[in-house]
Structure formats: structure tokens, C-alpha cells
Write a protein that binds this ligand. Structure first.
Ligand SMILES: Cc1cc2nc3c(=O)[nH]c(=O)nc-3n(C[C@H](O)[C@H](O)[C@H](O)COP(=O)(O)OP(=O)(O)OC[C@H]3O[C@@H](n4cnc5c(N)ncnc54)[C@H](O)[C@@H]3O)c2cc1C
Length: 223
């Protein structure tokens, strides 16, 4: 039995992203795994970083987030909402982040979660990154949807290789913090698909998740 954290944001619970989120929860539970979730829309999670990230204060005259994070790490000083999210990351063997691709990136709510939860001292720093990262041994995976079709996300396509678009997340967040990366689950243009095609996308995702721990990780590395 493994511990899985699913972080998810979409402003519409009945969206296709919502369906993927629930498919993952149901599949993992049926397989006997432990699942924790961060449904950021339902939680009304505050994505804006600031002094409210902390219950402690290192420097009251000048706010520098990373120095406050290091101080908070030493003094048990993260605000309850951030502490809870960090503890979920510490608990999990696999984290999946589910979102619609917005402007070639994560929606602001997901980015804000990353900005606040991945904290210097606690999740990285002091030489602990990449191969020596705090979360070494854990896996991370994106599960995304797009508006555009697959062909525009290939090399030479209008938007270019989807792997290049996702590289800042894979390398700059996942690998930087020590996670090994699993291939992204991608559903291209669910709104353009028939109901039948969407149902088979959900089935494909569920089937993949049943064997996800047998999959090799992908190495993002340096260019
Ligand atoms: C600000 C912004 C920026 C964007 N930037 C980009 C970009 O850079 N690149 C890009 O490609 N796109 C972009 N988009 C488009 C966006 O990525 C897509 O609209 C989104 O990924 C589609 O996923 P969804 O969950 O919102 O689909 P939805 O529209 O919610 O769902 C599609 C269909 O699936 C149906 N559905 C829901 N549940 C189920 C189920 N269980 N079974 C079967 N069908 C179901 C829904 O009813 C709906 O008809 C952007 C959109 C916005 C708003």
C-alpha cells in the first residue's frame, strides 16, 4: 500500500479535470492505496504568498520569504494551512498535480500553492536539491488537459513540444526538490472530444494508474 497525494485545481467541479481527479482517487482507493487530496478550489486555498505563510517572524522590518522560511523551519513557524500541505508532501510516495494548461503553464492557484508550500529549509536548501533533494525517493507526476489538439504540441507544431513547455515544472520544481518524474498524463482538447472519447480517456487514465508504480521515471536533467 502506497501513499498518494493528489493536488487539483479547476474552478468548475463538474469539469473534465474534476472527472480526472475523481477517477484517480477512486482508482487508487480501489487498489488499496492511501489517498490524501488538496482540492484547492474547494479549500479556497490562498495562493498569495506573504507574512501570513508564517506564525513566526525573523525580520519584522524587511520581508524576505526564503529567510522567513528558514527561520520557520527551525522554529516550527509555518502557518497551519502551509504546515498541513508540507506534511502531506512528506507523507506521500507519489504526488499528482491535476490542472488545465493555462497560458502554457499552471493556473495561478497551483503556482501559488507551489510558491507557498515548497519552502527553503524545509523542502530544499543547504545543498539539498536535485539528486540530494529532500524528497529523494518520492515520485511526482502532472496530469493535464489542454484546449489545443495534440498535433500543435509536437516538435515543429504551432506551440512546440509539450515536454519543453512542462520542463520548468519538471526540472525547476519536481527534480529540484528531489522528486523523480513520471511521464505526464495528457488529455488534448477534451472539450473537442465526443462523450465516448472522453470516457475512454478516463478509462485509459485509470488503467495506467493501476500500474503506475511499475513505470520507469523519466530523467529531465540539464539541457
Ligand atoms: C486562462 C486560460 C488559459 C488557457 N491557456 C491555454 C494554453 O496555453 N494552451 C491550451 O492548449 N489551452 C489553454 N486553455 C484552454 C484550457 O486548457 C482547456 O479549456 C482545458 O484544459 C479543458 O479542460 P477542462 O477540464 O476545463 O474541460 P471542460 O470544458 O470542463 O470539459 C470538457 C467536457 O468534458 C465533459 N465531462 C466532464 N466530466 C466528464 C466525464 N466524467 N465523462 C465525460 N465527459 C465529461 C464536460 O461536461 C465538458 O463537456 C486556456 C484556458 C484559459 C481559461
Amino acid at each position: 500500500m502506497l501513499n498518494i497525494l493528489i493536488v487539483y485545481w479547476h474552478p468548475e467541479p463538474k469539469s473534465f479535470n474534476g472527472a480526472m481527479y475523481h477517477t484517480a482517487i477512486e482508482t487508487f482507493k480501489a487498489e488499496g492505496h492511501e489517498v490524501k487530496t488538496s482540492d484547492l478550489h474547494a479549500m479556497n486555498f490562498n495562493p498569495v504568498s506573504g507574512r501570513h505563510n508564517f506564525s513566526t517572524t525573523n525580520n519584522a522590518n524587511f520581508f524576505k520569504q526564503q529567510l522567513e522560511e528558514m527561520y520557520a523551519t527551525e522554529h516550527d513557524g509555518f502557518s497551519p494551512d502551509i504546515e498541513e500541505e508540507i506534511q502531506k508532501l512528506e507523507w506521500c510516495d507519489l504526488v499528482i498535480i491535476q490542472f488545465p494548461l493555462w497560458w502554457f503553464s499552471m493556473p495561478a492557484m497551483i503556482k501559488g500553492w507551489v510558491d507557498r508550500v515548497f519552502a527553503m529549509g524545509r523542502t530544499y536548501g543547504g545543498g539539498r536539491f536535485y539528486e540530494n533533494g529532500v524528497y529523494k525517493g518520492k515520485k511526482a507526476m502532472l496530469s493535464i488537459t489542454t484546449g489545443g489538439p495534440e498535433e500543435i504540441y509536437l516538435k515543429g507544431g504551432w506551440n512546440g513540444d509539450i515536454n519543453g513547455i512542462l520542463r520548468p515544472i519538471h526540472r525547476g520544481i519536481f527534480e529540484f526538490n528531489g522528486f523523480s518524474v513520471l511521464e505526464t498524463q495528457k488529455v488534448f482538447g477534451p472539450a473537442r472530444q465526443t462523450e465516448e472519447e472522453r470516457c475512454s480517456e478516463l478509462e485509459r487514465y485509470s488503467e495506467r494508474l493501476k500500474r503506475i508504480f511499475e513505470e520507469p521515471t523519466i530523467k529531465i536533467g540539464q539541457y
